[in-house]
Design a protein around this ligand. Structure first.
Ligand code: PGA
Length: 234
């Protein structure tokens, strides 16, 4: 297997104990992948380790100012954060984030030299109405700035997040092909109920350059499984 992106999204979870487990594991093992850990803001400094990069789960579009509870790309950069997840469907649904807002945040992140990880994906309703392609194309066009800078796109069908439901390999392959046609230069990841059991099969799908892992990343044994995946089997 070639080098993939393995991005852990802890969401609003984690504690000192989990940080210690990550440090213990990654002090003993180096994975032959690009690993990025995205904990809650408060752990961004503590979680650091030489064997992976660190990412935030969101940022504001301004550099500084009267924005209580928010964090700017400039502050994130100062903390040594290399990536930021933007437009996650939980932010879109719980905080009414729009494509336009995601675009502004992305422009600010890129300006601060932070690599955006764009989350895009159709709702159950769009899927059932046969509108997956149109839904995704609109999100891509409206939320991603035109730039040559490095960016990552994570395809995360809303109906697959935290539900244990995973699209068929053909379904994932078709959507990734569509995204690849529009953005051939950017890594395209899959996210949504990735776990120890299905990770390898998903990573073997054409044009899947990595995975964005939520719930399963809260158990360090997820990374042990990655250690045991056969190499060069593509
Ligand atoms: P999940 O979350 O792996 O728990 O489904 C993925 C995500 O929200 O990025």
């Amino acid at each position: 297997m070639d080098k993939k992106y393995i991005i852990a999204n802890w969401k609003m979870n984690g504690d000192r104990h989990l940080i210690q487990q990550y440090h213990d594991f990654f002090s003993q093992h180096t994975l032959n992948h690009h690993v990025v850990i995205c904990p809650p803001f408060s752990f961004l400094e503590q979680i650091k380790h030489q064997n992976y990069h660190v990412g935030a789960q969101d940022c504001h579009f301004e550099k500084s100012g009267a924005y209580t509870g928010s964090i700017s790309p400039t502050i994130l950069k100062g903390l040594g954060t290399k990536y930021v997840i933007l437009g996650h469907c939980e932010r879109r649904s719980q905080y009414s984030e729009t494509n336009e807002l995601v675009y502004k945040k992305a422009a600010a992140a890129l300006d601060a030299d932070i690599i955006p990880i764009f989350c895009i994906g159709e709702t159950l309703q769009a899927k059932e109405n046969g509108q997956t392609a149109a839904f995704i194309e609109k999100q891509l066009q409206e939320s991603i700035p035109k730039t040559q800078k490095k960016m990552i796109i994570a395809y995360e069908p809303v109906w697959a997040i935290g539900t244990g439901k995973v699209p068929t390999p053909e379904y994932i392959q078709n959507v990734h092909a569509l995204i690849y046609k529009l953005y051939p230069k950017h890594p395209i990841l899959y996210g949504g109920s990735v776990n120890k059991q299905n990770c390898q099969a998903i990573l073997n799908i054409e044009n899947v350059n990595g995975v964005l892992v939520g719930g399963a990343s809260l158990d360090i044994s997820f990374f042990e499984t990655l250690m045991h995946m056969p190499k060069n089997n593509e």
